[in-house]
Design a protein around this ligand. Structure first.
Ligand code: AMP
Ligand code: MG
Length: 410
C-alpha cells in the first residue's frame, strides 16, 4: 500500500500508472448471439475457419473470359457458353467462349478475367469487344478478404458494428464475451435534490447522477444506482458497504475533500483502504482511490465538471481494465491553439475545448471561456480536452494536445 500523503499532490502520470497497475479483469465469460454482442468485450481471439470468399468471384456485371482467347489485335468475338447469376454454381469455361456473369457470382474454372458489361457489345449469344483485360481483372480471388486460419478479432476488443459483421461473414452465430461489469454508484451532499423534486433556493439539482449514468451506459456497464446519500458518516459507510457487496467497482461523487462534511474519504479509511486522494490535475484535484471488501473504489470530486473530467481520465481506464480490454492511453491530436492561456498552473490542466475551422478552413482548437469546475455548460459546448502540461502557458498559434472525449469512453 502506498502511504496516504495528505499534503503533496500526486503527478497525473504517476496516479494513472498506480491505478492501472492495480486493476485486473473481472473475467466472467458468457456466449451471446451476434445481435446481443454489440458493445460487449470479446473474451477470446477469433480465427476464421474458412476463406472469404470461398472461391474466386466476379466484382462486376459482365463476361468472364480467358485472356488467352483475346484477339491479337482489334475486336475480340466470342460465343456466350453459360450464364452465372450470383448464388449459382459455374461449370468450367469452354475454351474460345465467354460466360455471362454477375457481381458476386463464382468465376468459372479456366476464366482469368471479367470484362465489364459496359465495354461489351452483345448480339444474341455472341459478344464482341475492343477492351484488352489483363489476368485477374474484376476478379476477387478466394480468400481476398479473409484467409482460413487468420485471426480476425482480438480478445479484449469492444465489439463494434463492423466487428460483428466480420464475425458473421465467417459464419459465426455466437461470440464469447465478458459479462458486463457492475458499477455501484451513490452521490453525497445535503444540498442535492433530484430533478422532479421542489428546489429550495439553498439547494441544487443533482446532475452528477445523470452524467455518470450516461457515461457508464456508454461504456457498457451494468449500473447499481444507490442514489443520494446524506452527509453523515453512518449513512456514507452504510452505502459504501452496500455498494461494495453488489458491484465490481464503486464510484461516488462529492465528500472527498478535507471539509468537515466530507465523509466519503473517512468512510473508506475506516472500512477499507485509501490508496491516493490528491492528484495534480485541474479540474479534479481531490480524487479518492482505494478498495473496500476487495471491491475497487473511486471517489470523484463533487463539482460536475470535475466528475466528467476525472471519469474520463481515471475511471475510464479502470473500467476498461476490469472489462478485460487492452487499456491504452488516449492518443492526442496536435492542433494549433486558437486561444491564449497565459497563466501557468503547477497542476496539469484539462481545458474543455472544441475543434473548429478557422477563417482559412484549417482545423484549430478553441477553449471555453469559463473553465470553472462548476460550469457544466463547458462540457456541453466542448467535444474534447486540451491537455496543458504542468507550468505551461499557451499563445495563439502554438501546437497543443487535443483529446476528443470519444476516445475515453467509447
Ligand atoms: P464536495 O466535493 O462534496 O465538496 O462538492 C463540491 C461541489 O460540487 C459543491 O458545490 C457541491 O454542491 C457540488 N456537487 C456535489 N455533488 C453534486 C451533484 N451530485 N450534482 C451537482 N453538483 C454537485
Ligand atoms: Mg459535499
Amino acid at each position: 500500500m502506498n502511504s496516504c500523503d495528505t499534503t503533496a499532490l500526486l503527478a497525473y502520470d504517476e496516479a494513472l500508472a498506480q491505478l492501472t497497475a492495480s486493476a485486473s479483469p473481472i473475467g466472467k465469460v458468457v456466449n451471446v448471439e451476434l445481435r446481443e454482442a454489440f458493445g460487449a468485450v470479446l473474451a477470446e481471439t477469433i480465427e476464421s475457419a474458412i476463406d472469404v470468399p470461398g472461391c474466386a468471384m466476379s466484382s462486376m456485371d459482365g463476361y468472364a473470359i480467358r485472356t488467352a482467347d483475346l484477339a491479337d489485335a482489334g475486336t475480340t468475338r466470342l460465343p456466350v457458353s453459360q450464364r452465372i447469376p450470383a448464388g449459382s454454381p459455374a461449370v468450367a469455361l469452354t475454351a474460345g467462349s465467354a460466360a455471362r456473369i454477375f457481381t458476386g457470382a463464382p468465376v468459372p474454372e479456366g476464366a482469368d478475367a471479367v470484362i465489364m458489361q459496359e465495354q461489351v457489345e452483345a448480339d444474341g449469344d455472341r459478344i464482341s469487344f475492343e477492351a484488352r483485360p489483363t489476368r485477374g481483372n474484376n476478379i476477387r480471388p478466394a480468400g481476398n478478404d479473409i484467409k482460413s486460419g487468420t485471426r480476425i478479432l482480438a480478445r479484449g476488443c469492444r465489439l463494434r458494428a463492423q466487428d460483428i459483421g466480420l464475425a458473421a461473414s465467417v459464419g459465426l452465430q455466437i461470440l464469447p464475451v465478458y459479462e458486463p461489469i457492475r458499477v455501484g454508484m451513490f452521490f453525497t451532499g445535503d444540498e442535492l435534490v433530484e430533478p422532479g423534486d421542489t428546489l429550495a433556493a439553498h439547494k441544487i439539482y443533482d446532475s452528477n447522477r445523470y452524467t455518470l449514468h450516461g457515461l457508464l451506459s456508454a461504456m457498457g456497464c451494468e449500473i447499481v444506482d444507490l442514489g443520494l446519500v446524506g452527509d453523515t458518516l453512518e449513512e456514507t459507510k452504510a452505502a459504501m458497504q452496500n455498494a461494495s457487496t453488489r458491484a465490481d467497482l464503486v464510484v461516488t461523487s462529492g465528500g472527498v475533500s478535507v471539509g468537515e462534511e466530507d465523509y466519503v474519504r473517512i468512510a473508506i479509511e475506516q472500512l477499507g483502504e485509501l490508496r491516493m486522494w490528491r492528484i495534480g490535475i485541474k479540474p479534479g484535484k481531490p480524487l479518492a482511490y482505494g478498495q473496500i471488501n476487495g471491491t475497487a473504489f473511486m471517489g470523484l470530486p463533487g463539482n460536475p465538471v470535475s466528475v466528467f473530467a476525472t471519469f474520463c481520465l481515471f475511471v475510464c481506464p479502470m473500467i476498461q481494465i476490469l472489462q478485460g480490454r487492452e487499456w491504452q492511453k488516449p492518443i492526442s491530436m496536435p492542433l494549433s491553439a486558437d486561444f491564449d492561456w497565459p497563466k501557468a498552473d503547477s497542476r496539469r490542466e484539462f481545458l474543455r475545448a472544441r475543434l473548429v475551422h478557422n477563417a482559412d478552413g484549417r482545423s484549430v482548437v478553441q477553449v471555453y471561456p469559463n473553465q470553472d469546475s462548476g460550469v457544466l455548460t463547458s462540457t456541453v459546448w466542448a467535444d474534447g480536452f486540451v491537455e496543458i502540461a504542468e507550468n505551461q502557458t499557451v499563445s495563439a498559434g502554438d501546437v497543443v494536445d487535443y483529446l476528443p472525449f470519444a476516445q475515453f469512453f467509447g
